[in-house]
Design a protein around this ligand. Sequence first.
Ligand code: NPW
Ligand code: K
Length: 498
Amino acid sequence: MKILTGSRIREADRYTIAREPIDSIALMERASESIAQWVAGHVRPECPLAFFVGKGNNGGDGLAVARMLHRAGFSCAVYLAFGRDELSEECRFNLERLPRGLSVRPMAEASLPEGTVIVDALLGTGVRGELTEPLLGAVRRINSSGCRVVSIDLPSGMFSEFGNAGRTTVRATTTLTLEFPKLALLLPEGGEAAGEVVVLPIGLSEEYMDRAESLYFYTDAAAAARLPLSRPKFAHKGNCGHALLVCGSEDMAGAAVLATGAALRSGCGLVTVHLPRSERVSVHANSPSAIVSGDPEPVFSRLPRDMGRYDAVGVGPGVGQDPRSFEALEALLRAGLPAVIDADALNMLSARTELQRLVARGSILTPHLGELRRLAGDWASEDEKIEKTRDLASRLGCCVVVKGAHTMVCSSDGRCFFNSSGNPGMAKGGSGDVLTGFLAGLLARGYEPLAAAILGVYLHGRAGDRAADYYGQEAMNAGDLIDFLSEAQQEIFGRDDG
Ligand SMILES: NC(=O)C1=CN([C@@H]2O[C@H](COP(=O)(O)OP(=O)(O)OC[C@H]3O[C@@H](n4cnc5c(N)ncnc54)[C@H](OP(=O)(O)O)[C@@H]3O)[C@@H](O)[C@H]2O)[C@@H](O)CC1
Ligand SMILES: [K+]
């Protein structure tokens, strides 16, 4: 799904109005129906609804939703931040359409009895500059209310893209964003205040959305479902790819166990794990399907024999940064295999930057924020972070996967794909090892690097969501992700048994 930014958001609106044809009131009605339907399905009918309404079209949406939910039997009260003469045409039109029995009062008279759900329709994508009164006071009132808050399109006050650090905005429980998620909802500066993000389709022109230029995309289930390779009828273990994993050391053999378990769920034909010989039983015991190549040293010190057998390599989790491992990493990179590079392998690339030139084009780097800082340099804002990631991806000709909420996959041509799946329960040691093993398996299986990164990150997140449903976010751990990778794939690939 494409994420539009800046003036293109309004342009999509105008294009739809001109070409469909549909007038802007009818488009607002369509958006509002979608919002009202979501609220009716997720809020108990006995909860009072308080609509905080601004003067632009975001407010117009709020008024139309209030009318629809009042008719559906909800107890609705509308609180206006501005006088009637200040409202946009669409907003005023919807104010006039409110049925008689629906209470409409100035914002100063807002009353929020226990159990109230606030619908935040003060400001959407039209916000400019600093918040001033009366909106600033309204935002503060919402945030201090302790009520559940459903924001329409954006938490009011938030810019659609960048510049939200330290900004006063509504803190939403849920944000119902229209047609596509606004970029700010996916970035840490604004994302925390957005709560759960739900994307509601409102039928903007498909033709416009296809043509519109954007560097930003959102990987939802539909986008992920376009990526899987089919498995040939005459497949055998020799033509489905052989993944090599260079993971684990004496103190961190578990990283190898996790990466191996995940690689074995990727569909590739063979998985070989290279780790200190002393630790090989840990892999044999947990993953009897894997082949083990034993390093005579307690750290990564040399290459496995016959590197020509492998189609892709995953390197880094748990390898440590012993001086011998730098030499071994250099030899591994010189072998020229597409690689998934993570953890200590990334740190070695930061410590000896000349190694970066040896990274094969079409590799995938999977840094968390600390590793990204060491590789690309620090940043002062989200847009600078994205620019630095783009520079790194383009300089190395690789995909860079920046891990975190809404993990971002940045391609070497500068496109950024934000992931929709996953949850905070995955923020635990070992999750990254699972991702590395899974991505290396997908590369070996024959996926293009960008497809492997986008699909692998999405499925890893879905496995996390399944694990959270089963164990809860606190109790789930990285090993559980491996088990649920299979269910995650069935959601996207379909079940083979029909
Ligand atoms: N495209 C779509 O998909 C569709 C979009 N739709 C909806 O429209 C929304 C966008 O509507 P919008 O453009 O009217 O802007 P919106 O956010 O309501 O507010 C603008 C008003 O706020 C004011 N204002 C601004 N900054 C301020 C500040 N700092 N402090 C104080 N005031 C400030 C500004 O006043 P001005 O500065 O002009 O005096 C102006 O009057 C969008 O988010 C979605 O909900 C749907 O209806 C249908 C399809
Ligand atoms: K809003």
